[in-house]
Design a protein around this ligand. Structure first.
Ligand code: GLU
Length: 302
């Protein structure tokens, strides 16, 4: 997988959408539309599958009983999972992946309930059955797999650094020894810092947006989390913050699911594997102009 950064043209999104072929459930129904430049029409973008069955899936049974999908997401991460509080519009790569999965199960936008859940509370929300699945920069790891299962991975990034726009460039976490770095409670980056970088002081919040605010206010020296998340904040506040350095870890994003729901896990893995064109269109639409260049990872059908 490549993880170089390049300047990607906005035109790529439209081109990719035009190149799509319609042949599977969850296929964009309006590939020639303006989805490449406008994120507001997702309910018509995916063709909702009909007569779906996912045999032996307790989650699908629950979804069918209530005739609604409840999806856990982030809503303060631009480009990935974001809620515009003024318009009420949800956008981002993860949110569109969540919509695509719902469409493949037979559920359109008006039958999706999005629930914002912070990093520290994801496993519990899934264990409790508060959500049917979670799509939000959620790294697959063995500790989490003790409580839940993951479909995917559907994206790969790595831990990076965000600093003030006028700060010196940094290329390693040790550059922040004796300084304060902010991240989200329960996240893999904060765990990495606490376990392996004892000389770095930490500030934690539930949400990365609170860390970014502290950085802008000069209260912390850096924010650390997945570079894909940080790139979204740098695009949102280009005069105030910048991404610096490379990737320090590999973070493989999965869809969080109830442990043991192998049928739903297989359904989502098949959706990803059989429709690389849709994955690419979702990527291009949301992250095509971000400078991130990644290929769709192979799913881990464990
Ligand atoms: N991907 C990392 C994790 O799952 C950091 C991002 C996040 O907190 O959502 O912990």
């Amino acid at each position: 997988m490549r993880r170089t950064r390049t300047l990607a043209g906005i035109g790529i999104a439209a081109a990719a959408l035009l190149a799509l072929t319609a042949c599977n459930s969850g296929t964009p129904s309006n590939p020639g539309g303006d989805a490449g430049g406008d994120e507001g029409e997702d309910s018509t973008w995916f063709e909702v599958a009909s007569d779906v069955t996912v045999d032996d899936s307790p989650t699908f049974e629950r979804i069918t009983d209530r005739d609604k999908v409840v999806v856990g997401v982030k809503e303060d991460q631009p480009g990935l999972g974001y809620l515009d509080v003024t318009s009420g519009e949800r956008t981002g790569f993860d949110v569109d992946i969540a919509r695509w999965i719902a469409a493949s199960l037979g559920y359109d936008e008006d039958k999706i309930e999005f629930k914002p859940i912070a990093s520290a509370n994801r496993e519990q929300a899934i264990v409790n059955g508060d959500i049917d699945y979670y799509v939000g920069t959620y790294s697959i790891n063995d500790k989490r797999k003790e409580q839940i299962d993951f479909a995917g991975p559907y994206f790969i990034t790595g831990q990076g650094l965000l600093v003030a726009a006028d700060a010196d460039e940094a290329d390693k976490l040790e550059d922040f020894n004796g300084k304060t770095v902010c991240s989200a409670t329960g996240s893999t980056p904060i765990q990495n810092i606490k376990a392996n970088f004892p000389d770095i002081k930490t500030q934690e919040y539930d949400l990365y947006s609170a860390c970014v605010q502290d950085l802008i206010d000069g209260k912390v020296d850096a924010v650390t989390t997945d570079q894909a998340i940080l790139i979204g904040y740098a695009a949102q506040y280009p005069d105030d913050v910048k991404v610096t350095g490379g990737l320090f870890t590999e973070e493989r994003y999965g869809v969080g699911l109830e442990k043991g729901d192998d049928a739903l896990r297989a359904h989502i893995n098949d959706l990803f594997t059989e429709n690389p064109d849709i994955w690419q269109a979702i990527f291009d639409k949301n992250l095509g102009s971000s400078g991130i260049e990644v290929e769709q990872p192979e799913v881990d059908a464990y």
